[in-house]
Design a protein around this ligand. Structure first.
Ligand code: HEC
Length: 210
């Protein structure tokens, strides 16, 4: 812990001593990443794995600039598209009832007391960020409302495929957005994602009821 505090102080001093001596972006990034990986007292392997950024995350974490270049955005889209695995059944829309349960299950993949939680299956986490069925109040607003999703867009094969790809890897359609890449990171299985698709587009799903 003391070592960690010393390092933060050292970085503070560098900042205080002015821009002329401040290390360049690449060095700053490298130092910050090293500090982060060294400063957990009992890191679980699951946590360390998450600290290593993949290429898309590196592009999305650019320091000192908020805008991606066209090439960078295109690379994230290409990598995201390449990451998508389709369901072995070839059917994009599964069981909306299973999807309903999963969408409201906000747990899974959490690291608690240094250990990855043991769960039979991960939840979909959708409720954490999206409004779902009409009238539900215990929902997040980080993402757009999904209420009436299927009523508005229908349930054609094209919509089912878009929705599957969007949930599998949201960055295919919106590079670096705040929507987690739920299939690409292994949080949800392709089969679970088909249930999420059905939950969004099936006319019987509570999401499409008045
Ligand atoms: C951490 C927050 C977060 C979680 C969890 C999350 N999303 Fe999202 N979602 C977003 C954000 C932000 C956007 C808008 C940016 C984008 O399109 O990537 C979005 C966009 C979407 C869209 C595109 C909407 C459109 O108009 O086309 C769909 C569909 C969607 N989410 C479905 C889901 C489903 C289903 C789940 C659960 C399996 C889920 N999301 C979990 C944040 C989240």
């Amino acid at each position: 812990m003391r070592r960690a505090r010393f390092k933060w102080m050292a970085l503070g001093l560098l900042v205080a001593s002015g821009c002329a001596t401040f290390p360049d972006q690449a060095t700053t990034r490298q130092t910050a990443e090293q500090m982060l990986s060294e400063d957990f007292t009992a890191p679980s392997p699951a946590l360390l794995k998450r600290l290593a950024q993949d290429r898309s995350q590196q592009i999305c974490s650019k320091i000192g600039s908020t805008k991606l270049t066209e090439e960078e955005a295109a690379e994230v889209v290409r990598l995201s598209r390449e990451s998508i695995r389709y369901p072995s059944s070839g059917i994009f829309a599964g069981d909306w009832k299973r999807g309903n349960t999963l969408a409201h299950d906000g747990a899974g993949d959490r690291i608690q007391f240094g250990k990855l939680e043991g769960r039979k299956e991960n939840g979909g986490l959708c409720q954490n960020c999206h409004a779902l069925a009409p009238g539900e109040i215990n929902v997040g607003n980080v993402g757009p409302s999904l209420t009436g999703y299927g009523t508005q867009r229908g349930n054609s094969e094209a919509i089912a495929k878009y929705t599957y790809e969007k949930i599998y890897n949201a960055w295919t359609y919106f590079p670096c957005s705040n929507m987690p890449r739920l299939g690409a990171t292994g949080h949800l299985t392709p089969e679970q994602i088909t249930h999420m698709v059905a939950f969004l587009i099936d006319p019987q799903s509570p999401i499409n009821k008045k």
